[in-house]
Design a protein. Structure first.
Length: 254
């Protein structure tokens, strides 16, 4: 294909770079990540969650994972702050009698003290002191987080010199923050694993959707660097980067 043809194809992907909830089905089969983490977030949730517990999923996205747990609705609550997802949650969660509150400030969650036995947070924001307030004595906070070095090698290849959007998000520093807030760490793990894209268009869609990692990315601005990625794809069969994840389970001691 010519440069003009590649550009037209990638501009079409860019025009479709929208997301509802946390739905990456548009590029399903065209990229892969998180298939080889050394833990299963779902299995860990199942390990800590009981039917009689009060549950909060903070930054629930579109509520997809929360609904998949099948927890009793009268013991289930969720928050979300991103406006399109807030609308989605009101449409999907509220009719199921799940308590939903809009919240974009992890330091001011609109629930009373000691409301929950278990708080979940996957790839969202949190404030250890606020979590301590919200949990009942003996309650647990469980999170899988995107670390500060996530996709950094990919960012550098299209937007060199871009600052990290979330510095200090690593297991060492966050573990210390939870201990300072009064938690006991039950489990802490960190992993760096590959992310692979099998066509440049999938990467374009991804980079536009994950705008906080790729600020200012566009096909027009990064065309020359996208062509280099296309050459890499032709040589290696994929474009490979590195994801950064960490996991914390922390208990508020009675």
């Amino acid at each position: 294909m010519t440069v003009s043809e590649w550009k037209t194809l990638w501009l079409e992907e860019e025009s479709q770079a929208h997301i509802h909830g946390w739905d990456f089905s548009h590029i399903q089969g065209r990229f892969e990540e998180e298939h080889d983490l050394p833990w299963s977030y779902r299995a860990l949730v199942r390990e800590y969650l009981r039917d009689d517990q009060s549950l909060l999923d903070y930054d629930t996205g579109g509520g997809e994972f929360l609904l998949s747990l099948g927890h009793p609705p009268d013991k289930t609550a969720a928050t979300e702050g991103y406006p399109p997802n807030v609308r989605l949650c009101r449409k999907i969660l509220s009719p199921r009698k799940i308590t939903f509150r809009e919240c974009a400030d992890p330091s001011a969650v609109p629930f009373p003290d000691e409301s929950f036995d278990l708080i979940l947070n996957r790839h969202g924001s949190f404030d250890p002191a606020e979590l301590f307030r919200l949990l009942k004595p003996g309650g647990v906070f469980l999170t899988e987080q995107v670390g500060e070095d996530n996709d950094r090698d990919l960012v550098e290849r299209v937007l060199p010199g871009t600052p990290k959007p979330f510095p200090h998000k690593n297991l060492r520093e966050q573990r210390a923050a939870f201990e300072t807030a009064g938690f006991r760490i039950l489990r802490g793990e960190e992993a760096f694993r590959p992310i692979r894209f099998y066509d440049v268009g999938a990467f374009v869609w991804f980079a536009r959707v994950i705008a906080w990692e790729f600020p200012g990315f566009s096909v027009e601005r990064c065309l020359d660097r996208l062509l280099v990625l296309q050459e890499e794809l032709a040589r290696n069969g994929c474009i490979r980067g590195t994801i950064h994840r960490y996991l914390i389970a922390a208990r508020k001691e009675p």
